[in-house]
Design a protein around this ligand. Sequence first.
Ligand code: NAP
Length: 218
Amino acid sequence: MARRGPVARLGIMGGTFDPIHYGHLVAAEAARTEFDLEVVVFVPSGHPPHKKDSRLTPARHRYLMTVLAVATNPWFEVSRVEIEREGYSYTIDTVKAFRERYGPATELYFITGADAILEILTWHRVNELLTMCRFIAATRPGYHLDGLGQVLQKLPPEGRGRIHLLEVPALAISSTDVRERVRCGRSIKYLLPEAVEHYIYKNHLYVSDAEAEGVEEA
Ligand code: NAP
């Protein structure tokens, strides 16, 4: 996991990152500057509980692409905490691991997509989770917030106040679109860092379900 030491505010950037793209990177940088985070640790999901039936690219590829993507930002790090943990990747276990590592004085911010936060009521031990960290829900401009508003109303007021919205224009980019472009032979240039683009082609990722090297069940 990330460095030890006194950190006042730490961001935990959770996502599947299949693959990581500039939308994720711009969102993490915006969260860092707007919430005055000292470090943002990217945590590629291991076995997401909500993706039991979907096919994910093996964790080692998603992890390595994330490492390549953050290499030039001194405030960004990558953690293997979820990909090394057995069983499903519950966010509460991840946040607990960071809490143990950094101690009670560090304010933790879990950053992820607003669409993922929309499902937060279904997350494992959500009320307890909301006492352990703040959430930053990254949205693209024009994102319809009604659904999220309804979800937030169902949370206890103290939990609701711990979910913050962050508008990120670059989130018009999506991993689904990147995968589809590769499958169809269309360009992915300027949607993600060049090192990640090269990694995808070198490892024949996203070419097709059958061809993608070592694609595994989630
Ligand atoms: P997802 O359902 O695949 O993604 C939903 C939307 O959010 C997509 O548009 C996605 O865009 C976007 N997104 C995902 N991660 C993002 C990020 N870090 N920054 C900005 N946008 C992001 O979501 P997921 O990636 O599987 O899960 C997101 C996080 O929530 C993970 O850390 C996961 O472990 C956690 N989670 C926990 C539980 C639980 O504890 N029970 C349940 C569900 C999710 P892209 O496809 O372009 O990334």
